[in-house]
Design a protein around this ligand. Sequence first.
Ligand SMILES: Cc1cc2nc3c(=O)[nH]c(=O)nc-3n(C[C@H](O)[C@H](O)[C@H](O)COP(=O)(O)OP(=O)(O)OC[C@H]3O[C@@H](n4cnc5c(N)ncnc54)[C@H](O)[C@@H]3O)c2cc1C
Length: 473
Amino acid sequence: MSARLQLVWFRSDLRVYDNAALVQAMSQGPTLAIFIACPDSWQQHDMAPIKQDLIRRRALALQQELAELQVPLLLAEGSDYEAVQDIFRALVPLGIGCVYSELEYELREQQRDQQLQAWLTEQGIDWWQCDRQTAFTPGRFVNGSGSMYQVFTPFKKRWLQALAEQELTVLPKPKPQQKMELALPQLPVFQPGNGSSKDWSVDSEELLQQLRDYCQSRVQLYKKQRDFPALDATSRLSPYLAVGALSVRQCIRRLQLEAGNAIWQAESGAAVWLSELIWRDFYKHVLVAWPELIKHQPFQKDTTAIRWRNDKTLFAAWCAGQTGYPLVDAAMRQLNQTGWMHNRLRMVVASFLVKDLHIDWRWGERYFMRQLIDGDFAANNGGWQWAASTGTDAAPYFRIFNPITQSERFDPKGHFIRNWLPELAAVPDAAIHWPHKLTNRNQYPAPVVDHAKARATTLELFQQARQQAGEGL
Ligand SMILES: Cc1cc2nc3c(=O)[nH]c(=O)nc-3n(C[C@H](O)[C@H](O)[C@H](O)COP(=O)(O)OP(=O)(O)OC[C@H]3O[C@@H](n4cnc5c(N)ncnc54)[C@H](O)[C@@H]3O)c2cc1C
């Protein structure tokens, strides 16, 4: 075997810009690339069909973008992670010298990589991995006792200090290589997807433009408007960050270039948006520090004892957007119909499921993953455990969102509600948050629970669990 080819294995880094694995491979010699769709493994991860479609569409776009660099991208269908080794075996006769990829933090992915690493070593093939899913590598920021921060604020302080001290590098798109003549092996045929994500562009230049536009203008209003779901005030870049079509470094660097010093002014839209990107890093650092979270364990161990009611009828009403609480229902219908939900509403519906319906947060976490185009284990788990008061830096258990007050505050005129609940279109502004008080509800359901009573039950459930855990109150 003549070890002459470099092989880039694209996984959660489906981009040509700021791709360290691609840059490193091409600096070492003639480069080939591969992407392997693993729908059975994706399903085991509860990956939503719309996210799977986005990945497939993005992989096809990537193939064209890499063709302009004269890098052939092989697209293969691997069913599950077990099949990955067989696909690599078919590539060995090409003379692969080294495989290049970006590290993935989740458990099954780590197991897959360990097995493949052992096999590649037997074949005499090297593996170069880089850790670039976050702006700063997990493990870098530790508290006085040498452990990862459990609280966001000190983590953020250290993170910002690092940003002030060190310019983040964003790697350019590599220059084209010499055209190669290769006799490529037959691989299981890649399926193009069903187009369900078609409302989301997969063209690199368009995504960069979207990022640029956002950082140039709308970000300025982010602090003021980000909590109002009827306004288009957030970036909607989460699906691209989730599949790696954009990197977090690209977002931060672009923000620095467009907003300049505003990122250091705590009250500016740019600083608040940056803070959200730091939350993204935070949850990934948390996951690496406490990998047991991947097994859906609560971070706060005493909450393991909570006796969730887990009423299946109530869960079905929540999933379908039929709880009788308009903002909750409008949000769930947005999720079901588009695969995306506004951040304020993710907090509201998560709190409602756990603290009004007393359903285990893991049911909601899983439902979200099965629907979201931007499903990301670390952010989703972090968000759910925050809302359920079971996680790192979680909301205190006695802080319980009131779904009516949230509705009045963040959708005052009911624009968002009416958009997603057509049955309430004719309800006047004064009643839009309280349609259950109307005599004619137009088939809209009565509230499935009474918030005040549900709140009291939540406090009891948490207190019982704490007593059981021996901590008392
Ligand atoms: C219960 C719950 C579940 C969530 N599940 C996910 C998920 O599966 N995937 C996901 O990407 N985000 C998740 N989030 C975080 C957040 O709601 C989304 O990132 C955000 O709504 C995406 O919209 P945007 O791109 O317009 O965000 P913007 O407001 O424009 O923020 C920019 C980027 O920062 C990151 N970000 C923003 N807020 C958060 C946050 N609270 N935690 C972590 N990262 C954040 C995202 O990558 C986002 O694209 C969840 C939040 C909650 C409360």
